[in-house]
Design a protein around this ligand. Structure first.
Ligand SMILES: [Zn+2]
Length: 510
């Protein structure tokens, strides 16, 4: 919302009692005060205010803690007040006072949902969705690809989440996920910044070529592995039977065993190295996720068991593992594939995760309404699920509702630059399935965000749209988009609450 009122007018005009100010802040309906943000520390009050489209942190009263913040001192009536910008330094100072502002690991027992927020504006909606539900929100979650495409960095991502957690007074804990990190340097950077979750993308160490090798080639490559390692693998798995809680057994056929080893052996080494040299030495609770999902072939139960068993026997403490499930988990649209086959395989994946005690992680988890019930049921709500682009699509839906002209420009631009956008994401829609914009009235535009082809086109185009500039170097859409979303923050919150709430309802997270 745009605020024209002044938060100073809410202050009591006589005395300097913190209790009296607190009372006024708690009961005011003035939109310049973020009511939920008010926190008391000794004789000081910390709270957030709105000025125009911006926000500031206010510290009222005097005390040692105020010295940690940089800001301008002023008198509001008889109150001593410090007006602080929402800088990274002030965010870190605030985290030193309110521990719940520090990203925390979700652990293995509780459902968690990754809520990637590419614009840094979705947190009010995400908090409104998870409040009073038994799920840990991972409010800061971005991959390096997303940072590149949005022009943001990890510090901005953490700032955006923490300030809004404070604004909303959400004290139940949230996480920050360095998502799909492929390089040790990136893992180290994320850990140094305080991320509470690391999703290690092992795809570059998974050998997708093995499936097209001849038997002779497989044998040749297999024999190049260290003999001790081969002996260990063969003794540990061939001829062995592993029984899961339901009685389901996992066995390894000699005919495919060498192939499986060749596909994953380097990924195991990489995950072990990252864990032993970075995660473990960090010496704090970190949700360590191994992702093997961004590969060509689905993860079989044998693959899953082998990878998990090896990592755990090497001392790696996994918090979650993301297999590549059967069928297709394309971005921003429902599951593609046979839901019955998904169910019969997911059930075993969930059981393997239970066997080892970690959570199954479902990537590209947004909008998979067809299979959410299965995911919630077989994991008994002990899962991690990632969403990202769908939160951007709800932002675009709001634009279509409040500024049809801006939506039309963005839509046309996205379609003109589809080839560029497709370089970053695998999606399989046909452009011809997107209704022609000229045939649609303004009222019909938001409905495009219910149509798979249009959703996918807009989904993958976020980087193209956010970076588009005019010949004069002005942003073509970014500034207008942010402005509309800030003005219509309540509507965006409402749309997220409906959309992500539907996910959690079907997953049976109450
Ligand atoms: Zn993934």
């Amino acid at each position: 919302m745009v605020t024209s009122s002044n938060w100073r007018s809410v202050f009591p005009d006589s005395g300097s009692s913190t209790a009296a100010l607190n009372e006024k802040l708690a009961t005011t309906t003035d939109p310049s005060v973020c009511n939920q943000s008010v926190q008391t520390v000794g004789d000081m009050l910390f709270f957030m205010v709105r000025e125009g489209l911006g926000r500031k942190l206010i510290i009222a009263g005097e005390g040692e803690a105020g010295g940690r913040f940089s800001g301008d001192l002023e008198k509001v009536y008889d109150y001593q007040v410090k007006v602080c910008l929402l800088t990274t330094e002030n965010r870190i100072a605030l985290q030193s006072i309110f521990e719940w502002l520090i990203p925390q690991a979700s652990g293995r027992q509780k459902a968690s949902i990754g809520l990637g927020d590419r614009l840094g504006l979705a947190t009010p909606g995400h908090i409104a969705t998870v409040r009073n539900r038994n799920v840990m929100p991972i409010l800061a979650q971005q991959s390096i690809r997303e940072l590149d495409l949005t022009g943001r960095d990890y510090i901005e991502v953490l700032d955006a989440a923490a300030w809004t957690v404070f604004q909303e007074g959400y004290t139940h804990g949230y996480g920050a996920d360095g998502d799909h990190l492929k390089r040790k340097d990136d893992v180290k950077m994320a850990l140094d910044l305080g991320f509470s979750m690391i999703t290690l993308d092992c795809s570059e160490h998974i050998n997708d070529q093995v499936s097209s090798m001849s038997d002779a080639e497989v044998l040749e490559h297999y024999q190049q592995l260290d003999a001790g390692l081969r002996n260990h693998f063969e003794a540990a798995y061939l001829g062995q039977e592993f029984t899961l809680a339901s009685g389901t057994t996992i066995t390894f056929a000699a005919s495919s065993f060498q192939k499986m080893v060749l596909v994953y052996v380097r990924a195991l080494d990489f995950a072990e190295e990252v864990y032993q040299t970075l995660i473990k030495p960090a010496n704090r609770n970190i949700d360590f996720e191994m992702s093997i999902d961004e590969v060509a072939t689905p993860t079989t139960p044998q693959d899953h068991f082998f990878v998990a068993n090896e990592l755990i026997s090497r001392g790696v403490e996994l918090n979650s593992l993301a297999p590549r499930f059967v069928g297709e988990f394309q971005k921003g649209i429902d599951y593609i594939g046979d839901p019955n086959q998904f169910e019969s395989e997911f059930k075993i994946h969930a059981e393997i995760a239970d066997h080892f005690g970690y959570k199954i992680s479902v990537h590209s988890g947004s909008d998979k309404f067809m299979v959410f019930d299965v995911i919630g049921r077989y994991t008994k709500c002990r899962f991690h699920i990632k969403t990202a682009g769908t939160n951007w699509l709800e932002a675009v839906r709001v634009i279509a509702e409040v500024n049809p002209q801006l939506y039309r420009e963005m839509h046309e631009y996205a379609l003109r630059h589809l080839d560029e956008a497709r370089k970053y994401y695998h999606v399989a829609f046909n452009e011809s399935d997107i209704p022609k914009l000229g045939t649609l009235s303004d009222q019909k535009l938001p409905d495009l965000m219910n149509q798979p082809a249009a959703r996918q086109a807009i989904h993958i185009a976020y980087g193209v749209l956010l970076q588009a500039k005019t010949a004069d170097g002005e942003y073509l859409f970014k500034d207008r988009l942010y402005r509309e979303l800030l003005i219509n923050q309540e509507l965006y919150t409402q749309r997220l609450k409906e959309h992500i709430g539907k996910h959690l309802d079907l997953l049976n997270v109450r």
